[in-house]
Design a protein around this ligand. Structure first.
Ligand code: SAM
Length: 377
């Protein structure tokens, strides 16, 4: 058992203690560091089990699907960890047509998936912004019906934009937005991004999105070389204090054609995987009723990665809907799973994975974050 975790005084040694601390909102920086330092099977299982109970109590046993459409890998940014960064000249660039995106969204609605996520590389030019707005409008109009009276839920994940653009996305019908902060450490943020990107702007974007009325999700990469447990604890506190509705975090996975990946092509995958699971559990204990995604990056490190994510407190899964022939060109990191499967194969495989951890799929619903509803009351 880790030294910190074993300390009786912070009440972290048993599940009951953890639940009582969660109920009392008593997790401070020191306690979060202690939890993230858990390094024995027993300690990790205690944390996992408490997080699972917290999830079932506050959010229920449903797992919600967000059909993921990676509609373009064209990117004007140069994040030093990301395989589709603009500077990577080896990437074959694509943008799906309007019709291709709509076809995937309609498939999603037919299958009873309540929501889609439209994700892409980052562009702020007029043509791109108008394309996103038109696409959201069409998806909303074409998916309204008996089963989904308000159409598919649409989450956007297209990066840092102006407030005016976010307002227009919201008016078009998108109601959730994902923008990872990536790290809250100014030192790490500037090591991972070129100077034109700033932590301050990303925070300002998240605040703008919240004030417009979006359900807002953020998250961090876990296990990047140079990132400490203290850094991760600060990330958890940031997400709690910003009062976000959704969290999407995952292990960092190197990509050789990036500056960070070149420096450290392998790292320690086991550490990154285990840290990512602990982060999910800790965020569940600290934030209780937010939606948390079991991200694809978990599965890249372990074939059962997403099931573990669910067991550690996640309640959202993003099945791949990007057309199969394009998936290999949206490689954020190496070893991305499901690049050869069709959306239909992904569907069957996921339902079985969810059942294997004793949970059920929340079909025909948006599956909004309970936290958002509570925050709005
Ligand atoms: N550009 C938009 C943005 O930044 O929000 C959306 C697309 S971006 C490719 C989506 C996410 O991929 C990022 O937030 C980042 O956390 C993740 N990502 C990129 N490279 C990664 C890597 N090497 N390992 C793990 N996750 C990575």
């Amino acid at each position: 058992m880790s030294q910190m975790y074993g300390r009786e005084d912070v009440g972290l040694t048993d599940e009951g203690g953890l639940e009582a601390m969660a109920a009392a909102n008593a997790f401070g920086r020191e306690e979060i560091i202690a939890l993230l330092s858990a390094n024995t099977t027993r300690a990790r299982e205690t944390i996992r089990s408490a997080a699972e109970k917290m999830l079932l109590k506050h959010c229920g046993d449903r797992v919600y699907y967000r059909g993921l459409i990676e509609f373009s890998n064209v990117c004007a940014r140069n994040c030093r960890y990301c395989g589709i960064r603009g500077g990577n000249t080896y990437v074959k660039r694509y943008t799906l047509s309007y019709e291709e995106i709509l076809a995937q969204a309609l498939w999603c609605a037919e299958q009873g998936y309540g929501s889609v996520v439209l994700q892409s590389g980052e562009r702020c030019d007029r043509e791109f912004v108008e394309f996103v707005i038109d696409t959201v409008r069409v998806i909303k109009n074409r998916t309204r019906g008996e089963r989904l009276p308000d159409g598919l839920g649409v989450t956007l994940c297209v990066g840092e934009q102006s407030r005016e653009t976010y307002e227009r996305f919201f008016e078009a019908g998108a109601h959730r937005y994902l923008l990872r902060i990536e790290t809250t450490s100014p030192r790490l943020f500037s090591a991972w991004h070129p100077p034109e990107q700033s932590l301050e702007n990303r925070i300002a974007c998240l605040q703008a999105l919240q004030s417009i009325g979006f359900q807002v999700g953020t998250g961090v990469m876990i296990g990047v070389p140079g990132q400490s447990i203290e850094d991760l604890a600060d990330d958890v506190l940031f997400m709690r204090d910003l009062d976000v509705d959704m969290v999407g975090m995952g292990p960092y996975i190197p990509h050789k054609q990036t500056p960070l990946g070149e420096k450290d092509p392998t790292g320690d995958p086991t550490y990154r995987f285990e840290s990512a699971l602990l982060m999910i559990a800790v965020v569940r204990l600290v934030m209780k009723d937010v939606n948390i995604a079991a991200t694809t990056a978990l599965q890249a490190l372990d074939p059962q990665g997403r099931e573990h994510g669910l067991a550690f407190g996640a309640n959202v899964i993003m099945p791949q809907l990007t057309p199969t022939e394009k998936r290999k060109d949206y490689l954020l990191y190496e070893g991305k799973p499901c690049v050869d499967e069709t959306a239909t194969q992904c569907k069957g495989c996921l339902a079985a994975r969810i059942a294997s951890v004793g949970r059920v799929v929340g079909y025909e619903r948006w599956g909004d974050s309970v936290h958002f509803a509570r925050r709005r009351k």
